[in-house]
Design a protein around this ligand. Structure first.
Ligand SMILES: Cc1cc2nc3c(=O)[nH]c(=O)nc-3n(C[C@H](O)[C@H](O)[C@H](O)COP(=O)(O)OP(=O)(O)OC[C@H]3O[C@@H](n4cnc5c(N)ncnc54)[C@H](O)[C@@H]3O)c2cc1C
Length: 100
């Protein structure tokens, strides 16, 4: 498993419930068009076992030459632990895991 920690550099409000998070692209992180990744929030590996409540599959919506990792998701008012934490993050805050 390869873990890359990175930060949110921009949040785009697509609609009131749908947001796109643009993440800084870590050095050596590469992907192909249409790839997905495991996306994890800070604290997912704080215990003995990974906290699955803080990890979700997400498709990468940007292209490799854009040099930014884009993740688009819907966050409803009543939402999971993962999306509750995500909703409260701002630019500079996010942590990210890839384990392809
Ligand atoms: C290959 C792949 C690619 C994917 N790409 C994307 C992507 O690009 N974007 C994307 O958004 N998703 C993507 N998914 C799905 C993603 O992994 C999540 O399953 C999805 O976003 C739902 O996450 P959640 O945390 O809302 O889900 P869950 O925890 O499964 O919750 C499902 C729904 O139940 C309700 N719910 C859950 N917990 C609570 C709670 N505590 N209180 C009230 N209601 C609750 C909410 O309405 C919630 O939306 C992908 C999945 C795969 C397998």
């Amino acid at each position: 498993m390869q873990i890359y920690w990175t930060k949110i550099n921009k949040i785009i409000d697509e609609t009131p419930e749908v947001k796109t998070y643009l993440l800084d692209c870590p050095k050596d992180f590469t992907w192909e068009e249409g790839s997905h990744t495991h996306f994890a929030l800070e604290g997912f590996n704080a215990g003995d076992k990974p906290n699955r409540g803080l990890i979700r599959h997400m498709s990468i919506s940007t292209l490799p030459h854009e040099n930014s990792i884009g993740i688009t998701t819907r966050i409803r008012e009543q939402c999971s632990e993962f999306k509750t934490v995500l909703r409260n993050l701002g630019v500079g805050d996010l942590r990210f895991l890839d384990r392809r």
